[in-house]
Design a protein around this ligand. Structure first.
Ligand code: CTP
Length: 154
């Protein structure tokens, strides 16, 4: 019997447990999992800027135990070609995309799996920004202290 191929797409910036949970669950639906990783140029089109560049993001995804193949995603139209070209039986995404790819039901089964609660690349970036701001604040305080010491010697 032909192997059941599952396909998904994503950016996978700052790879986290929500990404891993989703990919593992998708892989368990079939025999092979193919993951399309958004290129930096495609993300720019979508107004999205990653912290980790495309080469590293795809290398991380490609080396996961649950991933059989990683391919670049560089346009909105490639999904149907990828489904046909790779003999895909199931197209799957996290539930934040619920309903957004229903037109692909003409080509294969489409599933939306629940997201892992409480983690996202956007959330991690926000946390990093807060840390960055508090770091700047600490540096400013240290500089003020040095300036006040220097003042005493003037
Ligand atoms: N995903 C998930 N659970 C999370 C985060 C993401 O199941 N907590 C899924 C998404 O639904 C998507 C895939 O992982 O199918 C890749 O999502 P991506 O957009 O790269 O990750 P996010 O962390 O959601 O990134 P962002 O916050 O930038 O949208």
């Amino acid at each position: 019997m032909a192997s059941k191929v599952v396909l998904t797409y994503g950016t996978f910036d700052l790879f986290h447990i929500g990404h891993l949970n989703l990919l593992r669950r998708l892989r368990a639906l079939g025999d092979r999992l193919i993951v399309g990783v958004s290129t930096d140029e495609f993300n720019a089109l979508k107004g999205k800027k990653t912290i980790i560049g495309f080469d590293d993001r795809i290398e991380i995804v490609r080396n996961l135990k649950c991933v059989d193949m990683a391919i670049p995603e560089d346009n909105w139209e490639q999904k149907v070609d990828d489904i046909r070209g790779h003999g895909v039986s199931i197209f799957g995404m996290g539930s934040d995309w619920e309903g957004r790819f229903d037109e692909l039901k003409a080509h294969c089964e489409v599933v939306y799996l629940p997201r892992t609660e409480g983690v996202s690349s956007t959330q991690i970036k926000k946390t990093l920004q807060v840390l960055d701001r508090s770091h700047v604040q600490e540096l400013k305080q240290a500089l003020d202290l040095i300036a006040s010491i220097v003042d005493r010697f003037e």
